[in-house]
Ligand binder design. Structure first.
Ligand code: AR6
Length: 179
């Protein structure tokens, strides 16, 4: 599914983010940048061990929740990995929505700062961090739409949803947004 916002494209696909041919992919990391399961584990496996070496060296203090840091892409097709730290869902009354928005916004800023024309996101926080998928779709698509309409960059933002349920949730929200 593809929607145009001004000169920029926002695309939804179902698949594996490690296989995307884009300038940067986003990782759903933890604040220690210590690696883990889910998409984080898949990205580190596909990128090779230099990704963790580089992350440790450049960011020994980790990254706060709601922010993101950049490394190279190691063996991935993507030139960069942006390690974003989303919030753990605790009922929605601990600033989770703003923290998730800010993690996405920081990645989009990093994409512009690193002259990336395309960037791919997973559904940050919706796995072990428990963020409800429908709400994550609303939050992440709204912040991306606003960024693309105001900053007019990057050219392409792709959301890579791992399963059919997540893809459906994102497609419903994007459909409503495009009307
Ligand atoms: N490509 C795209 N999406 C994926 C992939 C993949 N290869 N694998 C999983 N997903 P999660 P979080 C989806 O748990 O909730 C890690 O241990 C998955 O279906 O990876 O932000 C970190 O180190 C889900 O929709 O990340 C942190 O400790 C989404 O990616 C913690 O988990 C995010 O699920 C972060 O938790």
């Amino acid at each position: 599914m593809l929607v145009q916002f001004g000169a920029c494209r926002l695309e939804l696909v179902q698949g594996d983010i490690t296989r995307q041919s884009v300038d940067a992919i986003v990782n759903a990391a933890n604040s220690k940048l210590a690696g883990g399961g889910g998409v984080d584990g898949a990205i580190h496996r596909a990128a090779g061990s230099t990704l963790m070496d580089e992350t440790r060296q450049q960011y020994p203090d980790g990254c706060p929740t709601g922010s993101a840091v950049a490394t190279s892409g190691g063996l991935l097709k993507a030139k960069f990995v942006f390690h974003a730290v989303g919030p753990i869902w605790r009922g929605g009354v601990f600033g989770e929505i703003d923290l998730l928005k800010s993690a996405y916004r920081r990645c989009l800023e990093l994409a512009v700062e690193h002259s990336c024309r395309s960037v791919a996101f997973p559904a940050i926080s919706t796995g072990v961090y428990g963020y409800p998928i429908d709400l994550a779709a609303e939050t992440s698509l709204a912040v991306t739409r606003e960024f693309l309409l105001t900053q007019k960059k990057p050219d392409l933002v792709r959301f890579v949803l791992f399963d059919g349920g997540a893809f459906g949730a994102y497609a419903r929200v994007l459909d409503a947004m495009a009307d």
